[in-house]
Design a protein around this ligand. Sequence first.
Ligand SMILES: [Fe+2]
Length: 262
Amino acid sequence: MFRMTFNTEKPAVTPLHDLPDLVDDWPTDDWKYADVHFVYPRTNDLVRKVIDATPITGRFKRVLIDVKVQDLEPKICSCLPGWHLDGAPPHPDREPDHHHLFVMNGPLTEFIAEPVVCETDLSFSKQDFANILRQIPRDVKVMTIAPNAVNTFTSYDFHRGVYATAPCRRLLIRLTETNTVLANNKPRRPSRGARKEVGMITDKTLIDWGFEPGEWFGVAIAEANNALKAGMDHCDIYELVKGMEPPPVEELPYRPEALPFA
Ligand SMILES: [Fe+2]
């Protein structure tokens, strides 16, 4: 067993000043581990401002970004409610992923606010993780991240989501510096908070939403535009299109030898 220290330091805070007014400018797409260079021209000024202000170390192969807009209600947790770690599992021989978290207009993520030493077998299997969690003292010091600021932490820092106490639309932006996590440059779906007008839904809209073009696009686009005219929300239109997407073509396994004639 190894002894590993978690939450050695509190998250470092980079404040942001003069943030744009959010009223009408929520990002229209959510992203999960997308390449920051890919997202930059495809998102809004607020997200770009956060990206520009983020203290990137430059020591990692990739900088990935998550953007998440959530309409939260009381009793809905903003993210995983229990203590957890983000990114690749820690390892003493590997520099931990660096994360830069920005939260606006909603529950603020909580962090353990003092160093915690736990024994681990370094597998970070379910069992090992449960064993680590049992070693965190019940009365461990807890802090919340700074709002409207970039909070920098690593994959060694336990944190947890917080339940909303009132309805709110929360924006989360997280940049991850990593050598291990790969980029996924498809929008997750139109953001739950997206309310920007889309004039017409076209091939490009569906491709931007992550759908593969095909013959089915014609009917799907017509249906999507009918729904749009009827006042349907983006998120529901996305689900409508998703329901029309043909199933993936089944790939036959490669056979190293020819089949015998019957
Ligand atoms: Fe997390």
